[in-house]
Write a protein that binds this ligand. Structure first.
Ligand SMILES: [Zn+2]
Length: 474
């Protein structure tokens, strides 16, 4: 007969809850896991079950080792992602959020969130997760929001958060900026349009290839590679943007790929991240005009021909191509396989867009983490020979924390990976084991040992008595 967990597991789980064993004990070294809060966009799937079981194993293990173990549970409101799910449900009823109006739409979203949020928590309980439910959080809880604000202000005060004017991935449907991860690459069969820009001095024209002809009204110049002999005589000349007649200069930049298209690149700094970089090098003081609205319609602007404003970018593209053909400015159209970014939520083609966004300066935040990682890695490499080098021939694994001294005992309950050899002291100053050739302080004792693996790992020179990895104390 197959095992039926339904009459058995809830009884055991209730016993655990009633005994309060999921709350951290008052003493012991703290061990905390904050759950990556599941989005309330939907209920949990088997991937959540997997990662939560791993967290549960870790937290139960540390709890049994006597640590004050806290597994902090919660759910994430997931902002626009949740809005999208609710909008899709509305669409199935033939409605949009505008039909409902703001208040009714917000109420409808809350109704959905409460349902999925409580289902998620019940699912975690059913698979036996030993979370401390007395501290459960939702990202909209006032205390949580206050903590976020506090961190934001602190980072701002420390100069780690700033506002920057940059080209970002913009979703014209969700009307929001997307991170690199959220703007997914899709291989797409598109077209490469070869467009003729007439030289102002009447000496002819220069041809430029582009996949997005509608962006040409935002061009501030053309550039070619300084090594490209085909265009040498054009440097400093001026051309007219087709259909709009706006005059722009021709210049050079090393970043231009001579082999792509015609080797002459149009620079649209407000709608292309690479062009933004080039423009900052070549014409740092020049304005960077936006020629599309946030919902990717052609902007009403002196740069945009009068019959285009209000048109969707793809409709505008068709119209522009027809017009170019009519005026003899379209040289040819080639099929072109290229990667187009799409919004991961709504699948809309992302429009690169210059805008003011918040950024976090990552380097000063990442450095201490990297330093700790390198220290751990050095220790792991230095001990990975599988033998402590002592006379017992014992095998050991690196421990992430320093052991208390040469006589420290291995806990018999610890798994292999967490064991540290009792014969290998860890330098209490630098955390290296088993030694770095200089006085190695451990547990109050000073030893003097050199580990060959350590020397290899850090390129430490016994002759120079210094470490090329830059560990000053070694
Ligand atoms: Zn979107």
């Amino acid at each position: 007969m197959a095992y039926d967990p339904r009459p058995v597991e809830p009884v055991i789980y209730k016993r655990w809850l009633d005994a309060g064993v999921f709350q951290p004990r008052p003493d012991g070294e703290p061990y905390v896991i904050v759950i990556p809060p599941p989005n309330v966009t939907d209920v949990l799937h088997v991937g959540h079950a997997l990662n939560n079981v791993i967290q549960d194993v870790l937290i139960r293990f540390e709890r049994m080792r006597g640590r004050a173990a806290e597994w902090l549970p919660g759910t994430d409101h997931a902002g626009i992602a949740t809005q999208n799910v609710v909008e899709k449900r509305l669409a199935a009823e033939g409605k949009t959020r505008f039909d409902l109006g703001r208040d009714a739409f917000v109420a409808r979203t809350w109704e959905y969130v409460r349902k999925t949020g409580s289902t998620i928590i019940e699912q975690l309980k059913i698979i036996g997760c030993s979370c401390d439910w007395s501290r459960q959080r939702f990202t909209f809880d006032p205390e949580y929001a206050a903590a976020v604000r506090e961190v934001f202000v602190r980072l701002w005060d420390e100069g780690l958060i700033y506002r920057g004017h940059r080209v970002i991935h913009w979703c014209p449907h969700c009307l929001t900026a997307l991170s690199d991860e959220e703007a997914e690459h899709h291989e797409t069969q598109g077209n490469l349009y070869y467009i003729r820009y007439l030289l102002l001095d009447g000496s002819g024209s220069v041809t430029v290839a582009t996949t997005r002809p509608e962006t040409m009204f935002g061009d501030i110049g053309l550039v070619f590679n300084p090594k490209d002999s085909r265009y040498k005589s054009l440097k400093g000349k001026r051309v007219k943007i087709p259909l709009s007649g706006v005059e722009i200069p021709i210049a050079v930049d090393d970043a231009v790929d001579q082999a792509f298209g015609t080797g002459m690149l149009k620079i649209t700094p407000a709608h292309d991240a690479n062009d933004f970089e080039i423009a900052n090098r070549v014409w740092p003081k020049e304005a960077k005009p936006l020629i599309m609205t946030e919902d990717a319609r052609m902007e009403k602007s002196p740069r945009v021909p009068a019959d285009l404003p209000g048109l969707d970018r793809f409709d505008a593209r068709k119209k522009i191509v027809k017009q170019l053909e009519k005026e003899g400015l379209l040289v040819k159209v080639e099929q072109h396989q290229h990667a187009v970014r799409r919004c991961y939520r709504c699948d809309t083609v992302v429009e690169p867009r210059l805008s003011d966004q918040w950024f976090v300066k990552m380097q000063p935040l990442a450095e201490p983490v990297l330093a700790e990682y390198r220290r751990w890695r050095t220790s792991a490499i230095g001990t990975s020979r599988g033998s402590c080098g002592g006379d017992t021939g014992c095998r050991y694994s690196p421990a992430p924390t320093a052991i208390s001294g040469p006589t420290a005992r291995i806990r018999s309950s610890a798994p292999r990976a967490a064991r540290a050899c009792s014969r290998i002291p860890t330098c209490s100053t630098h955390g290296f084991r088993p030694g770095c050739g200089r006085s190695l302080r451990s547990g109050g004792r000073t030893t003097r040992r050199t580990c060959a693996a350590f020397i290899r790992a850090t390129r430490w020179s016994p002759r120079r008595r210094s470490c090329s990895s830059g560990s000053p104390a070694c």
